[in-house]
Design a protein around this ligand. Structure first.
Ligand code: SF4
Length: 437
């Protein structure tokens, strides 16, 4: 029997849990420093007591930037096998988190299998599942019904849940007053907004926040407080609705910590590059240094088909400025449910952003792999380069697709390879392009 319900409770009591030991070893950090961060809420270890296959990860300040992969079935695309292929892809490329965003029919069959086999932490948005789980239309769902869905996901072993508790009457007033181009683009946020407007009631996750916390505490589910009013275009970023919701989220963060529930805060969205750093600092300030989980930010709105790139640019800036957790975006964003290849492209783009940010943040050991790559390049050791590459298969395929005559170069410059030329001169050899065979 554990002497604590949550990692945060244990940390506050001075207890070092097996999960803290695992995370500290992965992060190359002293476990006591990690425990202090968990106690203060600066780091979370999302790890539901029912998720037995998990390899725990930490999210928060001083740790490596983590990435999340979204998947799940929709009404138009309900092939469970394809979704499982995406799970395998996420695990193969080292994503630390998978969110099951299924929103069609009985989603728990897929989720149960996912939790059983996934070492990655699993997140959900119970709001997406409410209609399918309860088999009721939105207007017929009661506040208590929403809590039932939260409890069902917690019992299944979900490690963190996006709960849009910050969109209350005050935030809606600010949102309506300060008109927007794209209004609400969060799926869960739009459903809650519709429910609140149609029923005239307060947001149930806000009104019954203490009840939500009781459920989360029991299973040690981390609450990821959703940003229902995240900007959906660069024209809407940093506006009154977004900031008003962030202030509410800051207050909810403290209430969750009082009950020892671990908290992450979700963030934008679409945002011009010059606003990102200030937004990251503001979140940390208003939400008392809780870990920040960002979707994007997508830095320009005109590249459908390439939004893994627009979001990787924003994600790198965000993470270098303090964000702790990046949600991947695929080339299919804004266009369709991603296929397996889209998932791969999204993972790689987001991993690049996270790793580049870790170098900038000065995370211990982050540069080591880059230095190994530089050494392999200096020696023109292709097999070593491929083994280090984030996507070994693609790097090898590209190289082999146009092989150079001399394996100590590539087909870009051939014998005029700058690396080869300089190496030869420094080794005391002569460089003769015309006479060399
Ligand atoms: S041939 Fe050119 S591009 Fe290729 S490894 Fe050498 S310097 Fe780099």
């Amino acid at each position: 029997m554990r002497e604590y319900c949550t990692q945060m409770e244990a940390a506050k009591k001075g207890i070092i849990t097996p999960e803290m030991e695992t995370v500290a070893a992965k992060e190359n950090m002293e476990v006591e420093i990690l425990r202090e961060k968990v106690a203060k809420g600066e780091v979370v270890i999302p790890c539901n007591i029912m998720h037995t296959s998990i390899s725990p990860e930490g999210v928060g300040s001083g740790l490596r930037t983590k990435i999340n992969v979204n998947l799940g079935i929709s009404g138009d695309c309900k092939d469970y096998e394809v979704e499982m292929q995406k799970v395998d892809m996420a695990i193969r490329f080292g994503a630390e988190s998978i969110m099951d965003l299924s929103n069609y029919g009985k989603t728990n069959v897929f989720r149960t299998e996912l939790i059983k086999r996934s070492p990655a932490m699993i997140g959900t948005v119970p709001m997406y599942d409410a209609i399918g789980y309860l088999e009721k239309d939105l207007l017929e769902i009661s506040a208590q019904d929403f809590l039932k869905v939260v409890e069902a996901h917690a019992k299944e072993g979900v490690d963190f849940m996006t709960i849009h508790a910050g969109i209350n009457r005050r935030t809606i007033e600010a949102f309506k007053r300060d008109k927007r181009t794209m209004n609400i683009v969060s799926r869960g946020g739009s459903l809650l907004f519709a429910w609140m407007e149609m029923t005239g009631n307060e947001n149930p996750f806000y009104e019954y926040f203490d009840d939500v916390l009781e459920i989360l505490r029991k299973y040690d589910v981390t609450i990821s407080i959703g940003d229902a009013l995240r900007p959906g275009c660069i024209d809407d970023s940093s506006d009154a609705g977004q900031i008003c919701e962030l202030i509410e989220i800051g207050a909810l963060t403290k209430r969750a910590w009082e009950k020892d529930v671990q908290v992450m805060v979700e963030g934008p969205g679409h945002m011009a590059m010059n606003e990102i750093e200030a937004n990251m600092k503001m979140e940390k300030r208003l939400c008392h240094n809780a870990p920040f989980y960002v979707l994007g930010p997508i830095v320009t709105d005109i590249a459908p088909g390439y939004d893994h790139i627009t979001s990787a640019i924003g994600g790198a800036i965000a993470a270098a400025s303090g964000a702790d957790f990046l949600c991947y975006v695929t080339p299919a964003e804004h266009l369709r449910l991603p296929d397996v290849n889209d998932v791969k492209e999204g993972i790689i783009a987001t991993k690049i952003a996270a790793h580049a940010a870790d170098i900038a943040k000065g995370i211990k050991g982050a540069r080591d792999v880059d230095n190994r790559m530089a050494k392999a390049r200096h020696k023109v050791e292709w097999d070593e380069m491929f083994a280090i590459a984030m996507d070994e298969e693609k790097a090898r395929r590209y190289y082999e697709s146009t092989p150079p005559k001399d394996r100590h170069t590539c087909s870009m410059c051939g014998k005029m390879c700058a690396v080869r030329t300089t190496n030869m001169i420094l080794e005391g050899k002569k460089v003769e392009f015309c006479t060399e065979k």
